[in-house]
Design a protein around this ligand. Structure first.
Ligand code: SF4
Ligand code: SF4
Length: 360
């Protein structure tokens, strides 16, 4: 048995912004291939850590003047530097008590099922596939799911097991999932990323799942401000529903492939790096999806988009060069203005003028 107070004190001192702890029994209804209990069958507790995204890393996108800081700091920085450092420190304390700490940061790694559409098998990751095609012709291409995996023992699930981070965060009492599928917390709204430790230690006090006022206002701001129309309308009936140990989670059934294209490349009106002529020419129909000529968003269409547009913003930080974040900024802006979990946090609102849109 470990003190939950001790874990949380160490976590916050090491740099986490919030910490919650769930018994592993909360995952009992999860599909096997995404159930973290299979990671560590003896695990008794799941410890979730929140790492806030500074609102200011999206200032450049909000102003239309700087696009690197968001993917660099809020994806790369948190996933690769800040979160692992905290997992390491907390893990050491747990192991000093004689228990094991299975640290699990966000690796962006691939699992048995595609993180795009939940299908098993071989789905492409366009930016990595292009890299392989161009620079490493003999290497195996990367995919959104692992290709030739198989269980290592009878009754086991095939590696690599990837669980759903946002659901796990809800299990740890950290917040709720909003209509846009983002994790919302009472402290930081949609502005955070998360990481976890699974341990065979029981803790003396587990966190209840969040049960206050709904954190998502179902306002539809994220729907309206997505440049790709990826998030279904609030009353469309297009929902994903999960029963997490009695707590019903529901969010809009986002078109993830479509978002894959738009959050990196944003489209004609929201990507200042791609000349108008390129959109106008739409060579070989490569931009049909971005231009609304086709509605089919699948890996083939996404590959065409990435291949055509990659060169216009070539430098990256190990993560897709997000140019969008429209749903996050919309959510922050609305929650600041209308009340909710972002209310009163900043002296000035995120949005001080009309959102920009290129005239072309
Ligand atoms: S990240 Fe951008 S493209 Fe994706 S759902 Fe949000 S607003 Fe839409
Ligand atoms: S913008 Fe509104 S509907 Fe969308 S996630 Fe935020 S609160 Fe929910």
């Amino acid at each position: 048995m470990i003190s939950s107070k001790l874990i949380k004190e160490v976590a916050l001192a090491a740099g986490a912004d919030k910490c919650g702890i769930a018994p592993m029994s909360r995952f009992k209804g999860a599909p096997d291939e995404m159930n973290p209990q299979f990671l560590f069958p003896e695990a008794k507790s799941c410890i979730g850590f929140v790492f806030r995204i500074p609102r200011g890393v999206q200032r450049g996108i909000e102003e239309g003047t700087q696009f690197y800081q968001y993917p660099s700091m809020a994806y790369g920085g948190i996933n690769e530097i800040f979160a692992p450092a905290v997992l390491y420190q907390v893990g050491k304390v747990i192991e000093d008590e004689g228990y094991e700490a299975f640290v699990y940061r966000n690796t962006g790694a691939r699992g048995v099922v595609s993180d795009m559409d939940g299908t098993p098998g071989n789905t492409l990751s366009p930016e990595e596939q292009i890299e392989v095609n161009e620079n490493a012709k003999t290497s195996t291409a990367h995919h959104r799911s692992v290709q030739f995996t198989r269980p290592t023992r009878e009754d086991n699930v095939a590696p690599d097991l990837q669980f759903q981070f946002r659901i796990a965060a809800v299990a740890c009492g950290l917040g709720e999932i909003g209509w846009s599928k983002m994790l919302l917390t009472p402290e930081f709204g949609p502005l955070q990323r998360v990481a976890f430790i699974f341990t065979d230690a029981e803790v003396d006090e587990y966190d209840e799942m969040y049960s206050g006022e709904p954190l998502c206002r179902k306002c539809g701001a994220c729907v309206r401000q997505c440049p790709g129309g990826c998030i279904p309308a609030i009353n469309s009936g297009k929902t994903v529903t999960v029963d997490l140990d009695g707590k019903i989670l529901e969010w809009g059934d986002i078109d993830m492939w479509r978002c894959y294209a738009f959050y990196t490349h944003a489209g004609r009106y929201y990507n200042p790096f791609v000349p108008k002529e390129v959109w106008d020419a739409n060579e070989n129909g490569a931009l049909d999806l971005m231009e609304g000529i086709t509605d089919v968003a699948n890996e083939k269409e996404i590959m065409k988009v990435y291949t055509a547009l990659q060169k216009y913003f070539p430098s990256w930080v190990g993560y897709n060069m997000a140019k969008c974040g429209g749903c996050i900024r919309a959510c922050v802006s609305m929650l600041e203005a209308k009340g909710g979990c972002m209310e009163g946090r900043f002296k000035e609102p995120l949005r001080t003028k009309k959102a920009w849109r290129l005239d072309r």
